[in-house]
Write a protein that binds this ligand. Structure first.
Ligand code: GDP
Length: 468
């Protein structure tokens, strides 16, 4: 059993920013911003791709690259130096705690970006869930190499599971990095074959062609990423390179807009740290909506502890900032917080705005491929962002059409099979537990959960109502 968090008496009266800034003029200075996660099978080239990208955009210095190059030559795997970049930068920033999720920021002349990554555990599905939950779009790395294609590697478990999770957790756009094209001499036919195979799968799960981009590239040799031009043999693709396409999507999906001033501040907590005397608590996470400035107070749910935000730290080098707005990954330094009552997966909001914490909720559950049908009482695990809690189906209410969720199919259901949809009541197993929760209508991202069973994802649920 997890230790229970104490409940506090929350503050009701907001506090004012220390040095209030004019939000509208601040927003005018910001470039479009995009948070993205990199998905794909083990060995599909994800780490190499991210390392190359960070190197080419100038987010890591060439000293680090040379150091990693030397180290990888010593162990005889010189191609690995780029794959180590992400993990290395993560390690440097790691303050001695186990961080499941780590972010890397970079910038181009047009946009700013945050890569959401799970250092060290990139292939661990619960981490992928946390990463996907925080991202606006996904880059899916696909190995276009001969063996990978012939063995159906890209159409197997992990690529499919990641893509299904992306779809279930509300990822609107997927950029397919058609990677390792250097190994097939940049042949167009190879690109087209893989593209048509994958398109069938994407369409099956509900992505349309406008939600997909396809960029031929090589993380290892660098073509098609940012600076390195395509080889002269590649004449058939005239589209943008990977970073160019990320800029296009940032312009379309950027979460920054005037309306952030009209919505309440809500923050997803991904990591909690404090100094040894516990006088200094830092919560890291993502601004889900609204804005916050130093001096304002927030309430953390479910413990209902209210604290003053002392300072806001941004970016790879933890620079102090005057404000954090929707979409920003930041660290909030809190004045006098009880650190033991704040957990990863908690939500915080501006004082005066409540986030209901729930034990039971009604949701529309869409099942994936199941080995065995789901029954009421089957032990399951619920995931939402960094939250992970044992749960079970309390009641199967009725089944609905998976393509039209408002259409009732059967009024009585005893069990749920593969690829079905039904309205179900879900309850947490631990009766003392509550999860701060939104309905899908209130919040498109936070109102979605993923359900797993025995290490496999069995479905995704859209929260309809909070029952208790
Ligand atoms: P991950 O498991 O998806 O992070 O994959 P890695 O980035 O660790 O790459 C797996 C292997 O593929 C390594 O041996 C890389 O050197 C190799 N690799 C990655 N990207 C490319 C590429 O674009 N071209 C070639 N030829 N090899 C690559």
């Amino acid at each position: 059993e997890e230790p229970l968090v104490k409940t506090h008496k929350k503050a009701e009266i907001p506090t004012k920013p220390k040095n209030p800034i004019d939000i509208a003029s601040y927003l005018k200075t910001k470039k479009p911003h995009l948070n993205f996660v990199v998905l794909g099978h083990v060995d599909a080239g994800k780490s190499t791709l991210m390392g190359r990208l960070l190197y080419e955009v100038g987010a890591v210095d060439s000293k680090l690259i040379r150091k990693l190059e030397k180290e990888s030559e010593i162990i005889g795997k010189s191609s690995f130096h780029l794959a180590w970049v992400m993990d290395q930068t993560a390690e440097e920033r790691n303050r001695g705690v186990t961080v499941d999720i780590c972010t890397s920021d970079f910038e181009t002349t047009k946009s700013t970006f945050t890569i959401v990554d799970a250092p060290g555990h990139r292939d661990f599905v619960p981490n992928a869930i946390t990463g996907i939950s925080q991202a606006d779009v996904a880059v899916l790395s696909v190995d276009c190499g001969t063996d990978a294609f012939e063995s159906g590697f890209n159409l197997d478990g992990q690529t499919k599971e990641h893509t299904l999770l992306a779809r279930s957790l509300g990822i609107k756009h997927i950029i397919v990095a058609m990677n390792k094209m250097d190994t097939v001499s940049w042949q167009e036919s190879r690109f087209r074959d893989i593209q048509s195979e994958l398109t069938v799968f994407f369409e099956e799960i509900g992505y349309k062609s406008k939600d997909l981009s396809w960029v031929p590239c090589s993380g290892l040799t660098g073509e098609g990423i940012f600076k390195t031009a395509y080889p002269s043999s590649q004449t058939w693709y005239q589209g943008p390179n990977l970073v160019g396409e990320l800029e296009n999507i940032a312009a379309k999906h950027s979460t920054i807009g005037e309306d952030v001033t009209k919505e309440p501040f809500v923050f997803s907590i991904l990591d909690v740290t404090s100094n040894s005397k516990k006088t200094n608590t830092i919560i890291s996470g993502k601004v889900e909506s609204g804005t916050v400035q130093p001096g304002e107070s927030i309430t953390v749910f479910p413990s209902e502890q209210s604290c003053v935000v002392d300072s806001i730290l941004h970016g790879n080098d933890s620079q102090k900032g005057d404000i954090a707005v929707r979409g920003d990954f930041v660290q909030l330094k809190l004045l006098t917080a009880f650190v033991e009552d704040i957990q990863c997966g908690d939500l915080a909001s501006i004082v005066g705005v409540d986030i209901p914490s729930s034990q039971e909720f009604t949701s529309t559950l869409l099942t994936f491929k199941l080995d065995r049908p789901l029954l009421p009482g089957t032990p399951l695990i619920l995931f939402r962002g960094a939250t992970e809690q044992p749960c079970r189906i309390k009641k199967l209410c009725y089944s609905v059409d998976k393509r039209k969720l408002s259409k009732v199919l059967k009024k009585k259901v005893k069990h749920l099979g593969s690829q079905q949809a039904a309205v179900v009541e879900i309850e947490l197993v631990q009766k003392t537990r509550r999860i701060p929760m939104f309905t899908c209508e209130q919040n498109k991202k936070l109102g979605r959960v993923v359900i797993r069973k025995e290490g496999k994802t069995v479905g995704a649920a859209l929260i309809k109502s909070l029952d208790y």
